[in-house]
Design a protein around this ligand. Structure first.
Ligand code: SF4
Length: 193
């Protein structure tokens, strides 16, 4: 672990910028300076908040299936980094569903952390918040996923692997037939060697 990254991780763990979070600040991430693959996702859910383990839920199972990685490979911090758009559980919306990631989180932490991950070869942008954060605020998620090849070799846009995506997948068979094989190839290449 580089001194600079260790120091930023210590600051991140102590972050209380969003004092009004319903379960309190508790950033969830997985970071190492040797990681080849960086996953920028949405925000942790209640299960990840409780366990401290990102994607320790059915969405995580779906994402691992998409990537062609088992739990051991996915949670190998020396090869895979996970830095969500909002690092703490954001709570629920009044009408149901998780609240969006805290908007100030990524602007505060990503510019400090991402440059300290020099071995990253591929960054997965998982869900609309991550896609708009990195590819621009006007980017349409489905357009970005369909046009994934334009964003390679550095970025790979993906939908969020929530249960809602199952319905979307059925309406968009190109995702499973075209995008997922390309995704598995890009992930294997990033992690190879
Ligand atoms: S969501 Fe981000 S900015 Fe807010 S307290 Fe957590 S780590 Fe800090």
């Amino acid at each position: 672990m580089s001194e600079a990254l260790a120091s930023e991780i210590a600051r991140l763990r102590a972050c209380t910028a969003c004092a009004d979070l319903p379960l309190g600040p508790k950033p969830i991430f997985q970071l190492s300076p040797t990681a080849r693959l960086l996953i920028t996702s949405q925000a942790p859910g209640t299960k990840a908040h409780a366990s401290g383990l990102p994607f320790d839920d059915p969405s995580g199972e779906r994402l691992r299936d998409w990537l062609g990685l088992d739990r051991e490979a996915f949670y190998d911090a020396s090869r895979v980094a996970i830095l969500p758009t909002g690092l703490c559980y954001p709570g629920r919306l009044p009408k149901g569903g998780d609240a969006p990631p805290r908007p100030g989180c990524a602007p505060l932490w990503h510019p400090r952390i991402v440059p300290l991950l020099p071995a990253v070869r591929l960054r997965l942008l998982v869900g609309g918040y991550a896609v708009r954060l990195v590819l621009g605020p006007k980017t349409r998620l489905e357009d970005a996923v369909r046009g994934y090849a334009e964003h390679l070799p550095r970025h790979f846009p993906l939908p969020h692997p929530s249960w809602r995506t199952l319905v979307w997948e059925r309406r968009n068979p190109w995702f499973r037939s075209e995008v997922l094989p390309a995704l598995r190839r890009a992930v294997a290449t990033a992690l190879a060697g």
